[in-house]
Design a protein around this ligand. Structure first.
Ligand SMILES: Nc1ncnc2c1ncn2[C@@H]1O[C@H](COP(=O)(O)OP(=O)(O)OP(=O)(O)O)[C@@H](O)[C@H]1O
Length: 248
């Protein structure tokens, strides 16, 4: 579904690239994790795929088609993004209902062409929340709204940038489970970026481990769970995650 070849990204000419020669293949209907420490370039990869940063070298294909640097409307019908901070990504003075209709307006589609109540139910929210504003919801509810908004156009791919890192630990698993159910029900393809190996292990079938702008290793989740990683940096991340798990 997504093919990335030799993606290299630098901020400013002559600067050392922050992403170097990243190549990935993500199969349709699967969840793929991109994991690494803060600053390693994960979000930069995601932003290039999403079209937020057109200044990249290399090729990005979606379902076999090479994407141009500028993404068109059609692209956003097929690919949507969910960000870390739902409060920041929602408009503070627009009702939930209005925000859920926005992608339809942006596409020039009739705002009654999607059943908003059904969509709210699909993300585990009561349709009675529809006329509320973001500040009247909890963090978990806001992220459910952000996920609903990403689904309004019935996309094939969700790009998920640390979708649970800003949430209380108690609601993180709920959101991950929701995302997992939605992927299965709708045949979605996910690219999930996280610094947290536990999150990636929960959600993804395959994982690429990134260090300082480069992919150092790609493994199936079974191997990751068994601890059968080869690269020293992958081992370091795994050990750090296990030690964290023991103390929390
Ligand atoms: N617009 C920008 N201009 C200049 N440098 C940038 C820009 N965006 C990101 N960077 C740099 O690129 C590097 C990678 O950042 P990126 O946000 O992709 O890392 P990350 O792995 O996603 O980490 P985090 O989880 O903390 O966001 C960092 O050194 C960052 O400072």
């Amino acid at each position: 579904m997504i093919e990335i070849d030799n993606l290299t990204i630098r901020f400013g000419s002559g600067q050392r690239p922050v992403v170097r020669n990243v190549s990935l293949r993500i199969k349709r209907g699967t969840a793929f994790g991109l994991v690494g420490e803060s600053g390693c370039g994960k979000s930069t990869v995601l932003r290039a795929i999403s079209g937020l940063n057109p200044n990249y070298e290399g090729g990005i294909k979606l379902d076999g088609d090479m994407l141009g640097r500028q993404r068109d409307r059609q692209f956003f019908r097929r690919v949507q993004m969910v960000f870390q901070d739902p409060y920041g990504s929602l408009h503070p003075r627009k009702t939930i209902r209005s925000q859920l209709k926005e992608p339809l307006r942006n596409q020039g589609l009739a705002t009654n062409s999607v059943d908003i109540d059904a969509l709210l139910l699909a993300v585990g929210l009561d349709p009675s929340l529809t006329y509320r504003f973001p500040h009247q919801l909890s963090g978990g509810q806001r992220q459910r709204v952000a996920i609903a908004r990403a689904l309004v156009l019935n996309p094939a791919v969700l790009l998920l940038d640390e979708p649970t890192s800003a949430l209380d630990v108690s609601v993180q698993a709920e959101i991950l489970n929701l995302l997992e159910d939605l992927r299965k029900d709708r045949g979605l393809t996910y690219l999930l970026v996280s610094h947290d190996l536990a999150v990636v292990s929960h959600m993804c079938g395959r994982v690429a481990i990134m260090e300082a702008g480069e992919i150092v290793e790609e493994v199936d989740i079974e191997r990751l769970r068994k601890g059968a990683v080869e690269h020293g940096y992958s081992r370091h991340l795994l050990d750090a995650s296990r030690n964290y798990g023991k103390t929390h």
